[in-house]
Design a protein around this ligand. Sequence first.
Ligand code: UDP
Ligand code: MG
Length: 308
Amino acid sequence: MDLLSIVVPCYNEEESVEIFFDEIQKTLVDFDYEVIFINDGSDDSTLEKIKNIADSSPNVKYISFSRNFGKESAIYAGLVNATGSLVCLMDADLQHPPSLIPEMIDTISEGYDVAAARRVSKKGEPIVSTLGSKLFYKLFSAISNLDLAEGATDYRVMTRQVSDAVLQLSEYNRFSKGIFQWVGFKTKWIEYENVERVAGETGWSLWQLFTYSIEGIIAFTTVPLSMSIVLGTIFSVFAFIYLVFIIVKYLLYSDPVQGFATIMCAILFLGGIQLLSIGILGKYLEKTYKETKNRPIFIVKETNIDDR
Ligand code: UDP
Ligand code: MG
């Protein structure tokens, strides 16, 4: 039977990891699997809990980061260390129901490369974030060449081939949703209802979700950079027509100075657009700068995986 590597990023999940592992053991009794916990610089007792689990179960590995590097880095570290011919990615808070794993594995044996979960309801989530994420998926798909499925999650089982492809994208700014879509392969979406966290709290504030969306867009499309070209062209055309209009009006009526309001509006509006464009430029420059520094995606402080 194929070995399944389950990669689980954990950040302050002291209340969840044990429940999570129990659930996995119950669901996967008939399967050959290993669990790789990545402790992403938690400042609670997550690492101790994980070590306890690893002590009593030989199929549990862990990697502990030197600080919080973010979920995307944790996923990367997990994939690097996964040895199975199938790799599963899931959250530690049981929002990704383990009961889907057998179905996902079946899907792969039917000939798919990836079986990924798609959340169809957002029960128990604030309306603002539901609307926000709807808008994000629409906008992202519209301006990038990638078609993100609405409600697409990181929860998935994939073949080694896909996981190796994901690892080939070794960029520092990691937007997993985009990366998974970018590598392609035959994907089947498995739908499930939103589940609330079993314990603990989500680390995401609305503002973080917003900036994460911006990062995602910047990582996968350069369309915003062309925005100022389009806007600039439109405004130049209007400005030229208006200029002709003013000259003709002056020649016909020789008007005294007028139009303070018009000038103010034009200055403020154009000033705003210019600042926005510079900001967008700056964002891309920032990403390029970080990427060229070529820093490691994560730093390991301790692990029970020795053959690396
Ligand atoms: N997580 C992580 N590093 C972080 C934030 C989160 O490894 O900096 C992990 C977290 O422990 C969980 C998963 O990523 O297993 C999803 O996080 P969370 O439940 O907070 O996000 P949500 O489900 O609200 O998207
Ligand atoms: Mg969660």
